[in-house]
Design a protein around this ligand. Structure first.
Ligand SMILES: Nc1ncnc2c1ncn2[C@@H]1O[C@H](COP(=O)(O)OP(=O)(O)OP(=O)(O)O)[C@@H](O)[C@H]1O
Length: 270
């Protein structure tokens, strides 16, 4: 008897990689803003040194989930969370975890580039100086390395003392990525990092994301399904705060298991 659509599984994570390759593990995670539920019982593993995309309709909870991964909800007294998030096996809410150190390990880049009002060099050196203890030569080396890693060095090497605000929007976004990379994160969270950029800058940021996975784990929130298809290895589709389907990106876009996913990716549902 042929397998019908209805016989397909109800939802969830359809990927199975070696547990040893897990960077972040989300288990039974839920979140509400006061009385308003935003995420329900999410369980998924994010693989190390891969790009994982979160997609779904506006308001489905993508950014809420991303922000939970480096505890950006901590200061919002309305937020109530349940379940667990583990980074390399350790509960990120454990009392011994210092939130500043967590955010060094799990860096975040937002939609609008937000360089600080200071020079290109000082932006990249900012976090390193806060940590303290580095000699000028070492600081110079790390700043150069971070700018190279963010594919910006060649464009700024002759004007490191110029204001960061003199850069184009696309360059500013790569500067912010360099600033985040300088403190040596293991995970980079990207919330719509290219949505404010022109097409050429967008392609540069996408190429950068693909290249960075050699040294980092990346999690990308995007509205743009073509972008998720171009840069990510795995894609999680969220709807109404639930994980509908999580699969290798090629599979999710060409052969989704669930009709809800298919309807979304074929544009039958906004
Ligand atoms: N600070 C907040 N206080 C109250 N409700 C919030 C807050 N932030 C988000 N929400 C609500 O939580 C739900 C999920 O929002 P979230 O921004 O995570 O969705 P999203 O999928 O990232 O949306 P978009 O693609 O439009 O950015 C929405 O209903 C939103 O209105």
């Amino acid at each position: 008897m042929p397998v019908t659509r209805e016989a397909r599984p109800a939802g969830g994570a359809f990927i199975d990689f070696d547990p040893q390759a897990t960077s972040l593990e989300i288990r039974g995670f839920g979140l509400r803003y006061g009385d308003k539920p935003a995420l329900h019982d999410l369980t998924l593993r994010v693989p190390r040194h891969r790009v994982t995309a979160f997609i779904g309709p506006s308001g489905c909870g993508k950014s809420t989930l991303l922000r939970a991964l480096n505890r950006l909800h901590d200061l919002n007294e309305e937020v109530v969370q349940e379940g667990e998030i583990r980074l390399e096996g350790q509960d990120i809410h454990a009392p011994e975890v210092a939130v500043a150190e967590l955010r060094r390990r799990v860096g975040m880049v937002f939609q609008a580039p937000n360089p600080f009002p200071m020079s290109i060099y000082d932006n990249v050196a900012f976090g390193l100086r806060l940590q303290g203890g580095l000699r000028k030569r070492r600081l110079d080396d790390i700043v150069e390395w971070a700018l190279h890693s963010a594919a910006l060095w060649d464009e700024v090497k002759d004007r490191l003392r110029a204001s960061a605000w003199s850069l184009s929007g696309g360059q500013q976004q790569r500067l912010v990525i360099a600033r985040t990379l300088a403190v040596g994160p293991e995970v980079l969270l990207l919330d719509e990092p290219a949505s404010a950029l022109d097409p050429i800058s967008t392609l540069k940021v996408e190429e950068l994301i693909r290249n960075l996975k050699a040294s980092l784990t990346l999690v990308l929130v995007t509205h743009n399904m073509q972008q998720a298809a171009r840069v990510s290895d795995y894609t999680a589709f969220l709807q109404n705060g639930e994980l509908v389907e999580y699969a290798p990106t090629d599979t999710l876009f060409t052969n989704p298991r669930l009709r809800r996913t298919e309807n979304y990716i074929t544009g039958r549902m906004a």
